[in-house]
Design a protein around this ligand. Structure first.
Ligand SMILES: Cc1cc2nc3c(=O)[nH]c(=O)nc-3n(C[C@H](O)[C@H](O)[C@H](O)COP(=O)(O)O)c2cc1C
Length: 146
């Protein structure tokens, strides 16, 4: 089981109907491919978690990273994991306005840390990224109870 988490910047056109169409298609495709995950869209920022079998995650992300509706994809986590965080959820969606204040702060920490890692990777920031991601993902742990 693999989990991949990336950040990207959406085009301004990716909102409302376009976004709901994208989510409907992505959920169908993720269901077909045994994938689950989370998609957060706050202003122009996207954070997506994709989890599933290695090949399915790889194929899905290679389609996603070529998609013109966003750019600047940066993988911030990609590793083997024992369990899914979003079992039974082909793609949970959260808009920025749905996030709790603590989640907004965690997201800002993740983005700042990703910027530092892109410029000059250090062990301290790699470790900090793990801590920030864990805090954000823990805040969705109620979704893991199915
Ligand atoms: C931010 C973002 C997230 C996406 N998430 C998924 C996803 O979880 N699963 C998926 O199949 N497609 C997702 N897509 C759509 C894919 O990029 C792609 O358009 C779709 O899989 C169809 O690919 P194809 O035209 O090569 O068959 C996402 C696109 C964007 C812009």
């Amino acid at each position: 089981m693999k989990r991949l988490i990336y950040l990207s910047r959406c085009r301004p056109t990716l909102k409302d109907e376009t976004l709901y169409d994208l989510l409907a298609q992505a959920r169908q495709s993720n269901r077909d491919n045994g994938l689950t995950g989370l998609f957060i869209h706050q202003d122009s920022l996207c954070l997506q978690v994709i989890e599933g079998e290695e090949g399915a995650v790889r194929d899905c992300f290679s389609r996603i990273r070529r998609d013109w509706r966003h750019d600047a994809c940066q993988v911030v986590f990609h590793d083997s994991v024992p369990d899914r965080l979003f079992p039974g959820w082909p793609l949970v969606y959260r808009a920025g306005r749905d996030l709790e204040r603590s989640q907004v702060r965690q997201l800002a920490d993740i983005v700042e840390c990703a910027e530092r890692l892109a410029k000059r990777p250090t062990d301290a920031d790699r470790w900090a990224m793990e801590v920030y991601l864990r805090a954000l993902l823990d805040s969705f742990s109620s979704l893991a109870v199915q």
